[in-house]
Design a binder for this molecule. Structure first.
Ligand code: 0RA
Length: 643
């Protein structure tokens, strides 16, 4: 083999690729949305999306994702394998064809799929392909099994390290294996992959890509999880309803109209909340869009039509509102579109108008047929809508009453609140503290000039199963609302907010995380503007106090503790493990968790809150099994809290 000649060609031919790589490294924002933790996770999604594409093309049924102890990530699939050999069109500076694998891996915007048939439907976030991931990695090792051969290539910061090498033979196997280590020169913040974030996304991907097994292993923490869903989104709906009672079997429809794949699964439950998710090309479109609008409007129309036709709504009755027909509804709509239009680069809202037309048509027809063929189920669903319409009416009246009352009451702040003296909400903070004893320490340790403390006793009301009117009556919630001064729900007014920062401070144990989940869910559902406006924070109390000679140091993670112990030289370090906030005296609490110059606060994002919302449902449901499972899967991550 003319290996030397090849190597020279690479140097020259890669000029175009090098310019592209340079651009990605200079402006990662344009390719992966930045250099924060979200962007970091996009690196994994981008590669997994390529594998999902293979699965959607019907040529791949296994995807293995592994995070290694050094935070490098391997993504292996059994798809066709990235093509190997001379590229049909791309030439290097000497006019010789480039290596196809290198084109896919290094030429920005090459996309990868050319002339191979099978359109790309999954959604690499910006559709930039794996070359961008490669460019943002300190190193990448790519292995391909294809045409009986096993190939390997190595890249450093996007640049091929010589010609590709054959490292073996294979029988009938095909596939691609990518291992990359994100580049700390690019991702300069102290960030790392989060198990829960990746799991969430992978679970959704597997639900909407039926028949593919996705295995996720986190070697850093010795955790793993495997997803396989034959049933696709029907299984997704069953999963979401695992703690609720379904009022009928899941209604499923799948149809292709004008080259657009449309799939929906629908089930009404005994719960009061709406859980509707929409996907476009396996991406969770969290801001919905035309496909979601189509689903919602068709359900409202079909339910109203059926109720009128069968005399379940009388002439004098008004139509059900959209809200009435969505209480207790769990539904997924998933479309596969060859040319999806998104509102913005972040791909969270679908804009294609025809998607709405076709979804309305397909779902409307299927759901109307279901009601006609299952009159018993239809009756139950409509009875539920009637109850919900009446409850909504009653709730409106009750709420008006409560609001009128609380307008008076809100003049009187809750007795448990230790308010601050500052009145300018740009400068003030409210600590919501779990338990009276921690509340006591916080009250003594705070700077009373700008920090207010509201201790909450025990667990606040289960907001999942209660309606707004009930929630407003709960004492803990009442004091929370009046302390904040904003009102709630439709009457929420950010102007009234009395504290610029609202900080949740709970213990670093399972109970603490439970209460935090409850609070986040409450805010997510009833005061989302607080989260959107960047007013919600989570306090980060330390896990350890380390004493060495006359120095004292606090560690907020095991890693930090180990590092500090090492620095002190291991011996004679007094280690105190904090089990709860209550174990800290007021000075320690101030020093470590409340003093603005020392503390770390975690800003709560809508993503965090939405995740809490989902977790919440599971934690508070009647079913014990999933709850046990949750605690078990999380047991390892909390294990170190209890030694
Ligand atoms: C280019 C063309 C084809 C497949 C791929 C790239 C491909 C890329 C990745 C990345 C991770 N796994 C992947 N699997 C495949 C089409 C190949 C053909 O037509 O045979």
């Amino acid at each position: 083999m003319a290996e030397k000649e090849n190597a020279i060609n690479y140097d020259v031919s890669s000029i175009q690729a090098l310019e592209g790589i340079d651009h990605v490294r200079k402006r990662p924002g344009m390719y992966v949305g930045g250099t924060d933790i979200k962007a970091l996770h996009h690196l994994v999604y981008e590669v997994v999306d390529n594998a999902i594409d293979e699965a959607l093309a019907g040529v791949c049924n296994r995807i293995d994702i592994t995070i290694h102890p050094d935070s490098s990530v391997t993504i292996e699939d059994n798809g066709r394998g990235i093509p190997v050999g001379p590229h049909p069109t791309k030439k290097d500076a000497n006019g010789r064809p480039m290596e196809t694998l290198d084109v896919v891996m290094t030429v920005i915007g090459a996309g990868g799929k050319f002339g191979g048939g099978g359109y790309k439907v999954s959604g690499g976030l910006h559709g930039v392909g794996i070359s961008a991931v490669n460019a943002l990695s300190e190193w990448t090792i790519t292995e391909v099994k294809r045409d009986g051969k096993h190939w390997r290539q190595e890249y450093k910061r996007g640049v091929p390290q010589g010609p590709i090498k054959q490292i073996g033979k294979v029988k009938d196997e095909t596939g691609t294996k990518q291992t990359f280590k994100f580049d700390k020169q690019i991702f300069t913040e102290d960030i790392d992959f989060r198990f829960d974030t990746l799991i969430q996304r992978l679970r959704e991907m597997s639900f909407v890509t039926r028949g593919v097994t996705i295995k996720f292993v986190d070697e850093r923490a010795d955790r793993e999880m495997t997803f396989y869903f034959e049933g696709g989104i029907t299984a997704f709906v069953r999963y979401l309803n695992r703690n609720r009672e379904g009022l009928h079997p899941v209604v499923h429809v799948e149809k292709e109209v004008e080259n657009i794949g449309i799939e929906a699964a629908i089930q009404y439950t005994d719960s009061y909340t709406e859980s509707v998710y929409s996907f476009a090309n396996t991406i969770n479109t969290i801001d919905g869009g035309t496909h979601l609008t189509g689903l919602r409007s068709s359900l409202t129309r079909v339910v109203n039509d059926y109720a009128r036709k069968n005399g379940l709504l009388k002439d004098a009755d008004p139509n059900f509102s959209g809200d009435d027909t969505r209480e207790g509804l769990t539904a997924i709509v998933s479309i596969k579109h060859p040319d999806p239009q998104f509102e913005s680069q972040t791909k969270v809202k679908l804009m294609n108008p025809e998607a709405q037309t076709y979804v309305t048509q397909v779902v409307g027809e299927a759901f109307s047929t279901f009601l006609e063929e299952n009159p018993q189920a239809a009756k139950t669903i409509i009875a539920k809508c009637l109850t919900s319409a009446r409850a909504r009416d009653a709730a409106r009246k009750a709420r008006d009453l409560v609001i009128r009352k609380s307008a008076l009451e809100s003049l009187t702040l809750p007795g448990k609140l230790a308010d601050c003296s500052e009145r300018d909400s740009n400068k003030t903070e409210l600590y919501i503290v779990e338990g009276d004893s921690a509340g006591g320490s916080a009250k003594q340790g705070r700077d009373r000039h700008f920090q207010a403390i509201l201790p909450l006793r025990g667990k606040i009301l289960n907001t999942e199963r209660a309606r707004l009117d009930k929630i407003l009556g709960n004492n803990e919630v009442k004091s929370l609302i009046s302390a904040l001064g904003t009102g709630i729900g439709d009457n929420f007014d950010l102007e009234g907010l009395r504290y610029g920062r609202v900080i949740i401070m709970t213990d670093a144990d399972v109970d603490g995380s439970h209460i935090r989940t409850l609070l986040l869910t409450f805010f997510f559902r009833y005061m989302p503007q607080l989260i959107d406006g960047g007013h919600m924070y989570i306090a980060q109390p330390p896990l350890y106090r380390l004493a060495y000679k006359n120095q004292v140091k606090y560690a907020y993670s095991d890693k930090e503790k180990d590092k500090a112990v090492k620095e002190y030289g291991n011996d004679k370090v007094g280690i105190q493990r904090y089990k709860g906030l209550g174990e800290m005296n007021p000075e320690q609490l101030w020093e470590t968790t409340m003093n603005p110059t020392n503390r770390t606060l975690l800003l709560v994002t809508v993503d965090d809150a939405a995740e809490a919302d989902r977790t919440f449902d599971m934690l508070m449901g009647d079913a014990v099994d999933p709850r046990k499972k949750f605690i078990q899967t999380h047991a390892k991550s909390v294990r170190n809290l209890d030694i």
